[in-house]
Design a protein around this ligand. Structure first.
Ligand SMILES: *[C@@H]1O[C@H](CO)[C@@H](O)[C@H](O)[C@H]1NC(C)=O
Ligand SMILES: *[C@@H]1O[C@H](CO)[C@@H](O)[C@H](O)[C@H]1NC(C)=O
Length: 485
């Protein structure tokens, strides 16, 4: 996350560490209790259609999603207010045009570059200047064309709530009191719990998208008790699954992380295949690159060490100047061009642990280098392989801070065959890391939206049968692996 305000990082560490110990304790306990599932088991009221039989040929059987028809004050009207954010998101209207994708990219030609540099990076190929926090609208758009959407809520395995929580945050965050900030969330909770769909499972099968970090929606548990709304802490939303771009307590709260939107929004499977071919064959003269600004006010930040290691100290590293006022690092074509020319892309934490840039890098076929497990491994467990060594390099940030590791030397020591395998894996992952253009239907390729919806449906089903314990135990051993690193 860039530019979105102070998030207390040590608090995150505490939370994750606490979660880890809870996991370990829980793991021990569940061994003692011979793994009997007790928690999270939901008994569904009569009337819940759980039929498994029927048409075997129906690929949506057991996976239908019902979408609530919310009053427009929860979505369309929030969008219509895009012009009046008191200067806090000045061109929100422009950024949310084209079904939330933003302005189409043209052939941006910079000094010293030829037209050939940018061929393919145009709206015709599915490229838009998408805002990192635009997921509310994109996800809603994708849901409207979801192949397993049903109007019969009794047939649905999950219920989608198209509330624009992230845009609602922007509307009322700066200069408003807590009651105003929370008004829409509370209004939504009151509306939801009165629906017959809610009573079926107390909302356990409901989900919504809040396309920002979880820190923006749990004010009362933030160190800065003046930051955000309390959406995630309401009784009703605690029962729901809330998809965010960064979780505050991965695996342990009601929020789950999904990829940030990137600039690429394919319309058809062929768009994805063409792009994969292009990045697979791309010429990558740079060993590593970095796009980002330093964080001079944050003594814990390793950005200045990264910039130093990438700068004068290395002829193998290239960076885009992102000092205050420089616009280059917000120019999509410049960013993608650099990532497409690099073998490794450095992804140190920014204001919070995750970065949209990590997804831009992978979409460019660049192997991401992470410095903290919470930047990706603990977050995007639905979308990224569990074995993070398959697609990324991990260099602990403590080593960078202490100056005991050379990033360049570390990366140069990786055998070419291993680099090639990681690159292949990153290219393979591309479809599941991008959100398709909501105005089209990609029949044969699963994008980030499809992966997220599948995972939510599975999560709801596990909750129903009490199988979620297995997941928690697997999770704990994985957390243990990372934290003992
Ligand atoms: C649901 O109902 C609406 C309006 O009645 C209709 O436009 C839409 O196509 C229906 N969707 C499905 C998936 O049946
Ligand atoms: C949340 O779910 C629990 C059951 O797990 C239920 O007792 C409670 O009433 C639900 N909360 C709301 C607000 O419906």
């Amino acid at each position: 996350m860039e530019k979105s305000g102070a998030v207390p990082r040590w608090r995150f560490l505490l939370l994750v560490a606490a979660a880890f110990w809870v996991c370990i304790l829980y793991f021990r306990m569940s061994l003692v209790l011979t793994g009997v599932a007790v928690e999270h088991t939901v008994s569904y009221a009569p009337g819940y259609d759980n039929r498994r039989g029927g048409d075997d040929a129906d690929p949506c059987r057991g996976r239908y999603v019902y979408m609530h028809e919310l009053p427009p004050r929860f979505n369309a009207e929030i969008l219509r207010g895009c012009g009046s954010t008191d200067g806090r998101w000045p061109d929100m209207c422009e950024q949310l045009s084209n079904a939330g994708l933003g302005q189409p990219l043209g052939d941006e030609i910079g000094a010293g570059q030829t037209k050939g540099d940018y061929v393919g990076l145009t709206a015709a190929g599915g490229w838009y200047a998408t805002h990192q926090f635009a997921l509310d609208a994109i996800f809603h758009g994708r849901m409207r064309r979801h192949r397993c959407l049903t109007n019969d809520s009794s047939k649905a395995a999950a219920v989608f709530v198209p509330f624009y929580a992230g845009f609602d945050f922007v509307r009322h965050h700066w200069g408003y009191d807590d009651a105003t900030r929370d008004a829409a969330s509370r209004d939504l909770a009151r509306w939801l719990v009165r629906r017959p769909e809610w009573r079926r499972a107390g909302g356990r099968d409901h989900f919504l998208v809040a396309g920002r970090t979880a820190w923006d929606f749990r004010r009362d548990t933030n160190l800065n008790s003046n930051w955000g709304t309390n959406l995630l802490l309401l009784e009703a939303t605690k029962n729901m699954t809330v998809l965010v771009v960064e979780s505050s307590a991965p695996g342990h709260g009601n929020d789950a992380a999904v990829p940030y939107p990137t600039y690429f929004h394919p319309r058809a499977a062929a768009d994805v295949l063409d792009w994969q071919n292009r990045i697979r064959n791309a010429d990558r003269p740079w060993l590593m690159s970095f796009v980002g600004a330093p964080r001079p006010g944050d003594p814990r930040s390793i950005r200045s060490q990264i910039i130093a290691q990438c700068g004068a100290a290395s002829s193998a590293c290239q960076q885009l100047g992102c000092a205050f006022g420089a616009s280059q690092c917000h120019t999509p074509a410049a960013i993608m061009r650099l990532f497409e020319s690099s073998v490794f892309c450095l992804q140190p934490p920014g204001d919070s642990y995750t970065r949209r840039s990590a997804f831009d890098a992978m979409v460019a076929g660049c192997v991401p280098v992470f410095f903290h497990p919470a930047s990706a491994y603990l977050q995007y467990t639905w979308h990224l392989p569990r074995d993070h060594a398959r697609y990324s390099v991990y260099i602990p940030e403590d080593d960078v801070r202490a100056g005991t590791v050379s990033i360049e030397e570390t990366l140069k020591r990786i055998p070419p065959a291993a680099v090639r395998r990681m690159q292949e894996e990153v290219v393979r992952l591309v479809p599941r890391l991008v959100y398709a253009d909501p105005r089209y239907t990609m029949e044969t390729v699963k994008d980030a939206f499809d992966v997220a919806v599948d995972a939510v449906v599975d999560k709801v089903a596990e909750t129903r049968t009490g199988e979620s314990e297995g997941g928690e135990v697997r999770w704990s051993s994985w957390l243990h692996k990372i934290w003992s690193n």
